[in-house]
Ligand binder design. Structure first.
Ligand code: ZN
Length: 320
């Protein structure tokens, strides 16, 4: 049988495996003990793929729930195929439940379907097709499953304390078959002290976003006005500015207004596909014309970060 026919024959099984893997909500959580450093669901996802490999006679290894591998082939050298099983939080606005793996019009919907469970399952079945075809390999092929790719890489730090690095490798991450490198990233913490008055309107809170590699789709600010009259004026100014995706709500507490911005979420590697709710909110609040105190931080978000995606304004624009 031709190799590609063999792959085709596994089509239904491969889709089923992917759906089952998507159904495990493997979002990083606190440790739930030995073997589950990123929570129960990630441990379950790792167990699932390793059990799949055991069933077909691959060598499997679970490195204390941080990461694991499936291996096939002989030889001194190893080709590493690096994939990951963790997913970022599902967020809102799904057409189908994010952990359902629903199929519609030839597409599978689910958190992780593309990044990175789809490519992981494709690699698993490719290895199975090689084995089933009886191909004799002169090198080992090892699929390495990370469980903390999206946040801290503690998975790989732990794994490579115990395992030798592969001699060759590629990373089918969020795309198949091949990504041979990944973008660098810069994680910044910006802190500062704000001095002076809030100029009449108190900025009680300003929050947004879930993870640093996800374009925030929601942000909210709570404002406290000194009087009912000023609240009415502020509310009118915000509504008149008419920024798309901004909602203004009066809170039950006296003279408090909540301003909510809704944007569009996207993966941090493709920020241009999203619409950042935090910078949108900062921009909308300009309508209040407030300076000083905590408002300086809003000015910073608006002027320093702006609506661009390459860090130009902060002088940190980089290219791959
Ligand atoms: Zn990924």
């Amino acid at each position: 049988m031709e190799f590609l026919d063999r792959v085709q024959q596994e089509h239904t099984a491969m889709i089923g495996t992917l759906q089952e893997l998507i159904a495990i909500p493997s979002v990083k959580a606190d440790s739930t003990g030995e073997g589950a450093p990123f929570g129960r669901e990630l441990a379950r996802a790792l167990d699932y793929v390793l059990a799949w490999g055991d069933q077909y006679g691959f060598t499997s290894k679970n490195r204390s729930g941080y990461a694991g591998h499936l291996e096939y082939g002989d030889g001194e050298e190893t080709i590493g195929v690096l994939v990951h099983l963790d997913v970022v939080p599902a967020g809102e606005g799904w057409r189908y439940p994010p952990f359902s793996g629903t199929i519609n019009a030839g597409k599978i919907y689910g958190r992780g379907a593309i990044d990175d469970k789809g490519p992981a399952v494709a690699a698993m079945y490719a290895l199975k097709a090689l084995k089933d075809s009886g191909v004799k390999l002169k090198k080992k092929i090892r699929i390495i499953f990370g469980c903390d790719e999206e946040s801290g890489w503690a998975c790989m730090n732990h794994y490579f304390k115990h395992e030798k690095k592969p001699d060759y490798g590629f990373t089918p991450d969020a795309s198949f078959p091949l990504i041979n490198s990944e973008k660098g990233q810069m994680a910044l913490k910006i802190a500062g002290k704000v001095k002076g008055e809030d100029g009449g309107i108190l900025l009680e809170s300003f929050t947004g976003g879930t993870r640093r590699n996800v374009v925030p789709e929601q942000a909210a600010a709570v404002l406290v006005f000194p009087s009912r009259e000023e609240l009415d004026q502020g509310k009118a100014a915000l509504i008149e500015a008419g920024t798309a995706g901004i909602q203004v709500q009066e809170l039950a507490e006296t003279n408090k207004l909540k301003v909510v911005a809704t944007g569009v979420s996207a993966h941090g590697s493709t920020p241009e596909q999203g619409d950042n709710a935090i910078t949108k909110l900062a921009q909308a609040l300009t309508a209040l014309n407030k300076q000083g105190g905590a408002w300086k931080s809003v000015d910073f978000i608006r002027d320093g970060l702006g609506r661009e995606t390459d860090g130009q304004r902060m002088g940190i624009a980089c290219q791959d």
